[in-house]
Design a protein around this ligand. Structure first.
Ligand SMILES: Nc1ncnc2c1ncn2[C@@H]1O[C@H](COP(=O)(O)OP(=O)(O)OP(=O)(O)O)[C@@H](O)[C@H]1O
Ligand SMILES: [Mg+2]
Length: 417
């Protein structure tokens, strides 16, 4: 059996807390069986790594692993997503489609936010769990599948059962084994460890010195409630790493990044922000501006050297590192760009940029296009959920998302919602 330590390393899990270790140990123990597992814990505690461990350490590891966010799929399409549909089952069903339970036959399905499943879907799910049977939407033919289910929730399932939003029988069927992940505030010894890991990762990513907390700042870090848990800690570590010029962080500076939370009160932090992981526009803009500022400083330095020396080749040799940093790998372009720069300085009125150097700030637009794409998905998901929660009332959804009604309207148009 794989050790807890090896599993943590393999899945990038940081921390030595006893309750965290117990949760990982349980995942390792239950992995080789087909038992259904329910992962519980507050938002941002790291629930998503548990089903991955279970799948990878099971005999299903060569089968498919599909993660489904039940809260993000509209109620009208979730049955079809999970169980598939027949051609003509509803308007727009132009072809027969397989659902996740058919596709993942022999593998594992992770049902994230399972508490959000509509009651009708819960009935279908119970049937799959009980005898591996399901029926495509619009079909009458019973199909068989062999899927292991791991579910996760950050809501109190007993509350949901009491309010008749979740079937009690399904809850017991799903939670044959329950794995609970503790909130970050109960893992005091791990907080600074995680923070140091995140800030060192961000220092590498943004090519800057690692930030360091003063002793007083560490006290603030440990005392904070962290209602967004590790996701929030990572977010704060990233913001400080990017925005603070002075790399030694005082208690007061750190405090400025921590939303005010009454220690005994429920979290008042806007959850969509806590979940953002850099997903709101202001933060993205900060990041772009910061990168541009850093490049501008480097360019200023280079220009000054060129003015002083006048010899392009010499300056190029002495500043290889800097040039590499600003222009990346394109060494040919570097020479040309530098030449264009020196010509422009001599006769700015005659300056016509060479075609390939026209877009000097192309680097600013190339910042992780993939990240932006997934950010769009995330944003779309957040907007959809918020509108659903508020029965389509834009005013309430906008307030929850922390954006103006106008911006929300624009986004609804943009995403064709
Ligand atoms: N022990 C850990 N070490 C390093 N990173 C972690 C750890 N736990 C969580 N994370 C990181 O924290 C973030 C949040 O984790 P995750 O998405 O698993 O939360 P969650 O419990 O599923 O929350 P939610 O209920 O809101 O979906 C992720 O970026 C994850 O990589
Ligand atoms: Mg999650």
């Amino acid at each position: 059996m794989e050790s807890i330590q090896a599993t943590k390393q393999r899945f990038g899990i940081i921390g030595n807390d006893a309750k965290l270790n117990r949760a990982i140990e349980k995942a390792i123990q239950v992995a080789p069986t087909d038992i259904s597992v329910l992962v519980t814990g507050e938002s941002g505690v790291g629930k998503e790594s548990i089903p991955k461990i279970i799948h990878q350490l099971s005999h299903r590891k060569h089968g498919k692993y599909i993660a489904v966010n039940c809260g993000a799929i509209p109620e009208g399409t979730i049955d079809s997503e999970l169980f598939g549909h027949e051609k003509g089952a509803f308007t727009g069903a132009t072809q027969t489609r397989s659902g996740y339970f058919e596709v993942a036959d022999g593998g594992t399905i992770f049902l994230d936010e399972v508490g959000e499943l509509p009651l009708t879907t819960q009935v279908r799910l119970l049937r799959v769990l009980e005898n591996g049977e399901f029926i495509k939407v619009g079909s009458s033919q019973v199909q068989k599948t062999n899927v292991r289910i791991v579910a996760a929730t950050n809501v109190n399932m007993f509350d949901a059962i009491k309010k008749e939003k979740f079937r009690e029988d399904l809850y017991y069927r799903l939670s044959t084994v329950e794995i609970h992940l503790p909130p970050l505030r109960d893992r005091k010894d791990d907080i600074h460890l995680l923070f140091r890991k995140f800030t060192s990762d961000f220092a590498l990513k943004y090519k800057m010195p690692t930030i360091k907390l003063t002793d007083e700042a560490v006290v603030v870090l440990l005392k904070y409630r962290w209602s967004g848990n590790i996701r929030q800690l990572r977010n704060v570590a990233e913001q400080i790493s990017v925005l603070e010029q002075n790399r030694t962080i005082s208690a007061a500076t750190l405090q400025g990044y921590l939303p005010n939370e009454g220690s005994n009160l429920p979290a008042i932090i806007n959850t969509s922000k806590a979940e953002s992981d850099f997903s709101n526009e202001r933060e993205i803009l900060y990041k772009v501006l910061f990168d541009m500022k850093s490049d501008l400083n480097d360019l200023k330095k280079l220009t000054m050297e060129l003015m002083k020396s006048g010899n392009v080749k010499d300056v190029q040799k002495q500043n290889e590192g800097l040039i590499q940093k600003i222009y990346g790998e394109e060494e040919d372009a570097t020479i040309e760009d530098l030449e264009v720069l020196s010509i422009a300085e001599k006769s700015p009125e005659n300056f016509e940029p060479a075609p390939e150097s026209q877009d000097k700030y192309h680097f600013a637009e190339e910042i992780e296009e993939e990240e932006t794409l997934s950010l769009h998905d995330k944003e779309l998901e957040l907007i959809k959920k918020s509108l659903e929660r508020h029965d389509g009332k834009r005013k309430l959804a906008a307030a929850e998302l922390g954006i103006s009604e106008r911006t929300l309207y624009r986004k609804i148009k943009q995403y064709d919602l």
